[in-house]
Design a protein. Structure first.
Length: 62
């Protein structure tokens, strides 16, 4: 499933906020609408411990 792949990529690049945002933009283009809902939920929990990534949530919510 594309969602699982996207999650693993985002976890691997989470050390760099700009790279994380770029990968998130790619994911938005590739995911289906229901997968985007899953991604939003996952991002909210994932970024709790990584506040430097919260800026990237704007990409998903726009």
């Amino acid at each position: 499933m594309m969602f699982d792949y996207t999650k693993s990529v985002l976890e691997r690049v989470s050390f760099d906020p700009s790279l994380f945002c770029k990968e998130l933009e790619k994911a938005i283009k590739a995911l289906l609408p229901y997968e985007m809902d899953l991604l939003r939920e996952w991002l909210l929990t994932f970024t709790v411990e990584k506040p430097e990534l919260k800026q990237c949530l704007l990409i998903v919510n726009s």
